[in-house]
Design a protein around this ligand. Structure first.
Ligand SMILES: [Fe+2]
Ligand SMILES: [Fe+2]
Length: 476
């Protein structure tokens, strides 16, 4: 059924943003209030705002027009992109092992979702290609509140008890309201997003249970209530519900801005915290190399964190670059899980037996993040050929698991090298190879110098854990 011109006209006065209250802070946050007021005023005069407001079927019966579809999809795009960036900014600071392993997958999906929304909004607005303008300032402020989570527990609860469920519900609402014939291109992909978000929430059940235990009931209720109030003030994810006042308490309104981390945290349950995980000796023994490969993999969290930190450093990078970054970030954390799986198969306990460090991330705390990112490109390039040789070695040993782990790892690494070139081109300009090499080669030298300088200490540290691992594997 088509609503027709007259029908649309009947609903045009219902601009949801006109009814949206200003954020009300109890204390002085006048700068933000002023900015929000200005943004709201600008939006009031923007003719592109939603022409629909209510989900009441008596008021609005028909499917959404193109303009409204593009506006609600733009809101979903903002939430997906911002969630991805915020998780990236937080990743090094997340210490809970299961959360560290899981969140990069969801971050990657966030950017895939944002990419589909952008593509569809561009189609709906063709030839206009604008999506990063005129965002709802209440939604923008809400995401800033998420970024300012006081702990990883708050972040986890906010993501999996507020934002991801709200997005899943919003997508379902979209499907209920959209026309599967006229709006099929949106319909098809949003169906997938509902499923993925519900899977994300199910996958996070364990870390959510842990996060809930870290906060008191009062703290938890206050935090989640605060975010839900913000979402209500925005008229929900889609902006189509009646909005209410967001009376932000001083405790949240005055939280300091997030500072991007310069060190990476590891789970305190890891009992073997080593200086550097990669064995310095016995590397002419194939079985010792087999173990070393798994130890190298399980410690790849630093590489995932390095990419995430770059994404957080350049949050306004083109979306296609952030999508590559998200994939890269997830790949590296998958590589860590490959190592964990291999070591567990050999009977090792991740927390009791396996040496864990964060050296490659933390070595650059003072030098600056670009060196850390440079090291990642340096080692991915440096060890590429060695991995080909390792595949051959493990195949001859009959260890197909390790062989295939490294084979797939190497396939990922090949595209990571390309991603690094694209990222450095964004940071320094495509022609500026010299500046890139300052960080790539400079970081490699700092890394080599550190290991050489601390060789005695590294060997002594290695003696506290490597002989036990070798003994358990029957390596003499
Ligand atoms: Fe890797
Ligand atoms: Fe890589």
């Amino acid at each position: 059924m088509c609503l027709g011109e007259a029908g649309i006209h009947n609903f045009m006065p219902s601009l949801s943003i006109l009814n949206k209250p200003l954020l009300c802070y109890d204390n002085a946050r006048s700068h933000n209030i002023l900015i929000n007021s200005m943004n709201l005023l600008a939006q009031k005069t923007d003719p592109s705002n939603l022409s629909i407001k209510t989900t009441n079927p008596e008021v609005y019966h028909a499917h959404w027009p193109v303009k409204d579809s593009s506006l609600v999809l733009q809101r979903c795009y903002l939430l997906a992109r911002e969630m991805g960036i915020i998780v990236a900014a937080w990743l090094p600071t997340i210490s809970r092992h299961e959360a560290k392993m899981l969140t990069p997958k969801h971050l990657w999906q966030d950017f895939l979702h944002a990419e589909k929304h952008q593509e569809r909004v561009f189609e709906l607005r063709f030839p206009r290609q604008n999506i990063d303008e005129n965002h709802d300032p209440v939604l923008v402020e809400l995401m800033e509140q998420l970024r300012r989570s006081a702990s990883e527990s708050e972040l986890i609860l906010a993501l999996y008890e507020v934002f991801r469920p709200a997005l899943a519900e919003a997508y379902q609402t979209y499907l209920d309201r959209a026309d599967p014939l006229t709006d099929e291109p949106t319909f098809a992909y949003v169906q997938t997003f509902v499923r993925q978000l519900r899977e994300q929430i199910a996958e996070a059940a364990e870390i959510v249970a842990w996060a809930r235990e870290q906060l008191s009931v009062a703290e938890r209720d206050a935090w989640l209530g605060h975010l839900r109030a913000g979402l209500a003030a925005a008229g929900g994810v889609l902006g189509i519900e009646a909005s209410s006042e967001w009376k932000m308490s001083p405790a949240y309104a005055t939280r300091p801005a997030m500072v991007l981390p310069s060190t990476a945290l590891r789970d305190p349950r890891h009992q073997v915290r080593c200086l550097f995980h990669y064995p310095r000796t016995m590397l002419d023994d194939d079985r010792a190399r087999q173990l070393a490969a798994a130890l190298s993999h399980v410690n790849e969290a630093w590489a995932s964190e390095a990419v995430a930190r770059t994404m957080a450093e350049f949050p306004k990078a083109p979306l296609e670059l952030l999508v590559k970054g998200a994939r890269w970030c997830y790949d590296e954390m998958r590589h860590a899980q490959i190592g964990e799986r291999r070591l567990k198969a050999w009977g090792f306990d991740l927390f009791k037996d396996v040496p864990i460090d964060a050296l490659s991330f933390n070595l650059y705390s003072e030098a600056g993040h670009l060196y850390r990112f440079g090291l990642l490109h340096e080692v991915e390039t440096r060890y590429n050929l060695a991995k080909v040789e390792m595949i051959d070695t493990f195949e001859k040993m009959g260890d197909w698991e390790t062989r295939n782990d490294i084979d797939f790892d190497n396939a990922d690494e090949a595209i990571h090298m390309r991603y690094a070139v694209d990222w450095f081109a964004h940071i320094f300009g495509r022609a500026n190879r010299q500046e890139r090499n300052v960080y790539v080669k400079g970081a490699g030298k700092m890394y080599d110098d550190y290991l050489a300088l601390h060789e005695t200490a590294l060997l002594a540290d290695q003696q506290t854990w490597l002989p036990k691992l070798h003994a358990k594997m029957g390596i003499e």
